[in-house]
Design a protein around this ligand. Structure first.
Ligand code: 3HC
Length: 290
């Protein structure tokens, strides 16, 4: 398979990551079909495309004709069958629930044409935990985008032991066509590459808060003004989701049993109270009036 064989991309999930990955694919010339079981999320994603494209035209970043073409290339449907039956490349971006992903990949293997690559955008689940439900494990790979996916340039292409060189090559080339900077992660390690580095920062930030060394605002301020980060760790965590952070940390803790891997008490409190960040209107900060 070659990159030029990829004309249609399917994105599974219209949430935080899925709707922006879909739009990025359509912006860069691919026919894109995004599917979700939630009609509400599909409607929100569809509305987002309209408002985003209108904003681009207003800012002079796209012409009216270009925006119209992008709009015509992107489709939303609740039917997985319809979304995947003629696809060349699938990017799954649903909740971080292993059984759900395994079910979706088994369905995709049945629906998608045999040549199609099946990628997961998972932050936490390596593709070797999913590939065995398909008849094409060599075409099942992690393609990990960063939030917000329309803006962040990095994509991690993670090669598990079952993944073919061809799948890696085509996936790296696809990232280039999507105007992303791909890095090849040669082994499946937990957290892949950047999240391992970010997690170390988050842990220190949470510890400083748990110990009441400084306020949330001041820890964020320190990272922005002392380290040149675009946003501090608490603001970033509100963007990516406290639920995702909690789930990732709990999973590590369950695996290692190491008390040092337990989520911070403040993070647990936020999670239990349903304060997941921007998406719930409250997290470390309050967004309810925005
Ligand atoms: N969605 C789409 N576009 C957005 C956006 C969003 N949520 N937020 C900002 N943008 C766009 C704006 O439209 C603008 O585009 P333009 O310059 O082409 O017109 C551009 O980004 C800059 O926007 P602003 O001036 O409003 O805001 P900032 O300069 O503060 O940038 C930011 C916002 C890009 C989010 C910046 O703060 C940033 O880079 N933050 C760090 C994000 C980060 O570290 N992400 C990685 C998280 S880890 C992860 O995703 C891993 C996963 O597994 C969880």
């Amino acid at each position: 398979m070659n990159i030029d064989d990829i004309k249609t991309i399917t994105v599974i999930g219209a949430g935080n990551m899925g709707h922006q990955i879909s739009l990025q694919c359509a912006l860069k010339g691919f026919t894109t079909i995004c599917t979700d079981i939630s009609e509400d999320l599909l409607k929100k994603a569809d509305d987002f495309v309209d408002s985003y494209l209108a904003g681009r035209v207003e800012k002079g970043k796209l012409s009216t004709e270009q925006a119209r073409d992008v709009r015509q290339r992107i489709h939303f449907t609740p039917s997985l069958e319809e979304a995947a039956k003629d696809t060349d490349y699938v990017i799954e971006a649903v909740l971080e629930v292993l059984d759900l992903k395994r079910k979706i990949f088994a369905d995709l293997d049945r629906i998608a044409p045999p040549h199609a690559i099946l990628a997961t955008n998972s932050s936490a689940i390596v593709s070797s935990k999913i590939a065995d439900v398909t008849s094409r494990p060599e075409k099942v790979i992690n393609l990990h985008f960063f939030n917000p996916a329309l803006v962040m340039e990095l994509v991690e292409v993670v090669q598990g032991p079952h993944v073919s060189e061809e799948t890696v090559r085509v996936s790296m080339e696809l990232c280039k066509r999507l105007h992303k900077k791909a890095v090849h992660v040669k082994k499946e390690v937990k957290g892949f590459l950047l999240n391992r580095i970010l997690l170390a920062m988050f842990r220190e930030a949470f510890w400083l808060l748990d110990m009441d060394v400084a306020s949330i605002e001041d820890i964020d301020k320190a990272c922005i003004y002392g380290a040149g980060h675009p946003m501090g760790p608490f603001t970033l965590n509100d963007l990516t989701g406290l639920d995702l952070m909690y789930t990732m940390e709990m999973e590590t803790f369950r695996e290692t049993g190491n008390v040092a891997d337990r989520p911070s008490p403040n993070l647990v409190k936020q999670y239990v109270e349903g304060r997941y960040g921007k998406k719930t209107g409250k997290g470390w900060y309050d967004y309810s009036d925005k």
